[in-house]
Design a protein around this ligand. Structure first.
Ligand code: PRF
Length: 376
């Protein structure tokens, strides 16, 4: 993998860059649509490739390991071939999904024993087998196995957990050194900073992760319920330490405002289920605030869903029509909302990139944050 830093904003730490892998170029900052179970929910490949057009999407080790399972992915020749996606893929390690299971898992030094949300069967993830599984899935960027601590988290727990995540990182790296790629392209490994909401722990973790010398680095354990200001404070501590010449990925973030604020703090990559999940619930993100399309006030509003939107759905369908689709529970409504939201998120990070390159990111960001902080 190659990362080229093209420009750094004058008034903030925002950066524009270019990642190149064997599956092509990723222009940063980037938002990665989430395709948990080998599908970006409800979106056809043609809409994804031609309309939303992301350079990279995300898959989840936990879900793909349970279904369709690794032997099927191996037989398919990897996830790219299985889902017919020839651009970049990143897989998350399962550290977060296992954490979300809360009552159904047991964390130990060796790894995490968990109960499948599908059939209740028991499984164990260790740093070693998670690397093995990610080799078989075959994403271009694969993630370390970590523990994502909850919020709030007591200091001693956060500290012990962070050290365990660091020991797991060493085990991931050891294992990867012994097991080469199984397909004919390279995979890149990203370690993950933890440390909850404690500045000293975040600093220590960022130093440990930077020392691992990986080609890119990630920040986990944020956007788990803490106030946005605390998230930004942690991002700031960590981006001060992570190397400038490598991409930085903030995992599971977030709202359009969170994304712009974290770009300003030096983050290059984001993913979040919000555009698709909230879209399926009728929430539409726009440059002028969020719309709850199920609201009665749209009942006879025949204007386009987003007159400034860049996606074909924005001018093709009216608010009243999409509201109707939601009220009769038509899947088309959820699809339209998902396409709109993903197109909006991708538009937002592309605009951010343009403004970083043009040198006026900060005033643009401040204006957008104010504008988007509204319920329409
Ligand atoms: N770890 C991993 N994946 C994640 C997170 C994490 O901490 C988060 C936290 N917001 C999202 N996805 N492995």
């Amino acid at each position: 993998m190659d990362f080229e830093l093209l420009s750094t904003d004058a008034g903030s730490k925002a950066r524009a860059g270019k990642i190149t892998t064997d599956h092509g170029v990723i222009e940063t900052p980037i938002f990665m649509p989430v395709g948990t179970v080998a599908s970006v929910k409800g979106i056809h490949q043609r809409e994804l490739k031609e309309d939303i057009n992301p350079d990279i999407i995300l898959g989840n080790t936990y879900h793909l390991y349970l279904r369709p399972q690794t032997d099927i992915l191996r037989k398919a020749g990897g996830l790219h071939k299985f889902m017919n996606w020839d651009r970049n893929i990143l897989t998350d390690s399962g550290g977060y999904q296992v954490y979300s299971l809360s009552a159904r898992r047991k964390i130990k030094e060796e790894g995490v024993k968990f109960k499948s949300h599908i059939d209740g069967s028991y499984h164990t993830f260790t740093p070693e087998n998670v690397m093995e599984i990610q080799r078989t899935i075959g994403a271009d960027i694969i993630m370390a196995f970590d523990e994502c601590t909850p919020y709030p988290c007591d200091y001693n727990y956060a500290k012990r957990s962070m050290h365990m995540t660091h020991r797991w990182l060493d085990r991931c790296i050891n294992h990867l050194e012994k097991t080469p790629e199984i397909y004919d392209y390279k995979q890149t490994f990203f370690p993950i900073v933890q440390g909850s909401t404690y500045k000293d722990l975040r600093k220590q973790s960022a130093e440990y992760i930077a020392n691992a010398g990986a080609e890119g680095n990630a920040i986990g354990g944020l956007s788990v319920g803490e106030p946005a200001e605390e998230m930004y404070a942690m991002t700031e501590v960590v981006t001060e330490i992570l190397p400038e010449d490598k991409p930085r990925y903030l995992m599971g973030v977030g709202t359009p405002i969170n994304i712009l604020e974290n770009i300003a703090l030096g983050i290059d990559m984001f993913d979040c289920v919000m555009p698709t999940r909230n879209g399926r619930n009728g929430m539409l993100f726009t440059a002028h605030g969020t719309i709850n399309i199920k609201n009665k006030k749209w009942e006879d509003d025949f204007s386009p869903i987003d007159p400034e939107g860049v996606s074909f759905v924005d001018s093709e369908y009216s608010k009243a029509y999409v509201r109707h689709l939601f009220s009769v529970n038509e899947m088309l409504g959820r699809q339209i909302a998902s396409i709109h939201n993903l197109s909006f998120y991708l538009w937002l990070v592309r605009e951010a990139r343009k403004h970083i390159l043009a040198g006026d990111f900060t005033p643009w960001k401040d204006k957008m944050v104010k504008q988007m902080d509204k319920r329409l």
